[in-house]
Ligand binder design. Structure first.
Ligand code: UD1
Length: 416
């Protein structure tokens, strides 16, 4: 199994090009199930999770053809089963349920089960599809879903915000009979990207960027070309890399407007952020101060940036508090950061971080995608050598992470 070796202490300097967003690409790829025509996605990052989604679509019968940064998806659905072996690898596989039901009136999709960061149920997806006329049965770990007379429009009020449930129901509603209203819908930029792509495919959706989406079902959708938006979490991660090393990075192809809460917290901590070209520059010349953050649905501070920000706070002056409100078990990086000399006490959904002047390198273990990258950030700032094992987590969501960092001066390498 590969690991990543970092010798810390180098302030990063240079330009990092931000890739297309993983969390936008996953639902966008499943849009290929909504039409027999060709859907061409551009600005697609090379990531293990997107390869997994391509495998899943292929076993549904679609042809998924990569060419450079473009992915062309086409063909007819020949199989409506999403097997456990793929869904357990990647929870976002569950997003095929809405499109399959809308197109084929049936689907058999494995239930994802829990994961490292929490139990992550899918009840909102299932309840919403039931309101639209689907009948669900749980058999042998699979959801057997049917909609014998097709899906119909419904008025759905989410009890709390769910990105995945909003996406699944939004896609299903585009081909349902009548009007569907999704209230308390997620407003993440990836949802707006999905709305833009579906609209280009002929869907009728009102309310983009708001918490109420109104979808008027159409009979068929057609092919389209769609460029995926830049990855705001990759952007925020490299912004933290500049900050934690006292460096200066230009983040190219980055959208500050998708990262408001993170950039505000970085600025409050003493980091300088300035717009430049088609992105922005992040620099830190002086000390960092502790800042409190609480994760929330967009436009709040993203849970997917919590671990990285905590690594940064570990070397800030003074204390800070990080509160996680989205997932119940998302502090797996805390004991690993503490092995590197951080002083973090996690209790319930909050962690108190007492900043230390320096972290020290250590062998550490990655537990999930964002926890892994927080250890990379800590390693970049630490004195001495850090080895991070189980880096397959990183490959799920960060394209060429060691090449991008090494090009800006980091002493980082992958060890087989
Ligand atoms: C997506 C992102 C993930 C991010 C998360 C929150 C993708 C592929 N993944 O995950 O990176 O961390 O949004 O921004 O885009 N919940 C339920 N029942 C449901 C659905 C969700 O209880 O039916 C709970 C979850 O357990 C979690 C919370 O709601 O505690 C938010 O989850 P959700 O927004 O659905 O996250 P994902 O779509 O899985």
């Amino acid at each position: 199994m590969d690991s990543i070796r970092i010798v810390g202490g180098v302030p990063l300097s240079g330009t990092i090009h931000i890739s297309g967003a993983k969390n936008a690409a996953l639902p966008l790829m499943t849009c290929g199930l909504l039409t027999d025509e060709r859907l061409v996605l551009s600005n697609v990052a090379k990531l293990a999770d997107l390869a997994t989604m391509a495998d899943l679509l292929a076993q549904h019968g679609l042809a998924v053809e990569p060419e450079g940064r473009t992915l062309s998806i086409g063909g007819r659905i020949t199989n409506t089963e999403a097997p456990y072996d793929i869904v357990r690898k990647m929870r976002a596989s569950f997003l095929v349920l809405g499109p399959l039901l809308a197109r084929c009136r049936e689907a058999r999709v494995s239930l994802p089960g829990g994961c490292e960061i929490g139990t992550r149920p899918v009840d909102l997806h299932l309840n919403g599809l039931e309101s639209m006329g689907a009948v669900m049965k749980l058999e042998a770990g699979y959801i057997n879903a049917t909609a014998p007379t097709g899906l119909h429009g419904a008025n759905i009020v989410f009890p709390f915000v769910s990105v995945g449930a909003t996406e699944n129901l939004l896609m299903a509603a585009t081909l349902a009979d009548g009007v569907t209203t999704l209230k308390n819908a997620a407003r993440e930029p990836e949802i707006s990207d999905l709305v833009r792509c579906l609209t280009a495919m002929g869907a009728k959706i009102k309310g983009i960027g708001t918490d109420t989406l109104v979808i008027e079902g159409v009979k068929t959708l057609h092919g389209a070309n769609h460029a995926i938006l830049p990855d705001r979490i990759e952007t925020g991660t490299y912004a933290c890399a500049a900050a934690i090393t006292g460096g200066n990075l230009l983040l190219e192809n980055a959208r500050a407007e998708d990262l408001g809460a993170v950039l505000a917290s970085l600025q409050e901590a003493g980091v300088v952020v300035t717009p430049e070209g088609n992105g922005f520059r992040v620099a830190r010349a002086n000390g960092l101060h502790g800042v409190d953050v609480m994760t929330e649905p967009f436009p709040g501070f993203p849970t997917d940036m919590q671990a990285q920000f905590m690594a940064l706070m570990a070397v800030a002056e003074g204390a800070s508090m990080v509160t996680e409100t989205i997932f119940e078990n998302r502090f797996m990086h805390v004991p690993e950061l503490n092995r590197m000399g951080a002083r973090i006490n996690a209790h319930g959904s909050s962690a108190i971080i007492r900043g230390v002047p320096k972290l020290s390198g250590a062998p550490v273990m990655a537990t999930d995608l964002r926890a892994s990258v927080s250890l990379v950030l800590a390693g970049l700032a630490a004195q001495g050598e850090t080895t991070i094992s189980r880096v397959y987590h990183l490959d799920r969501g960060y394209e060429a992470v060691e090449q991008k960092l090494a090009a800006c001066g980091a002493r980082i390498e992958r060890v087989a």
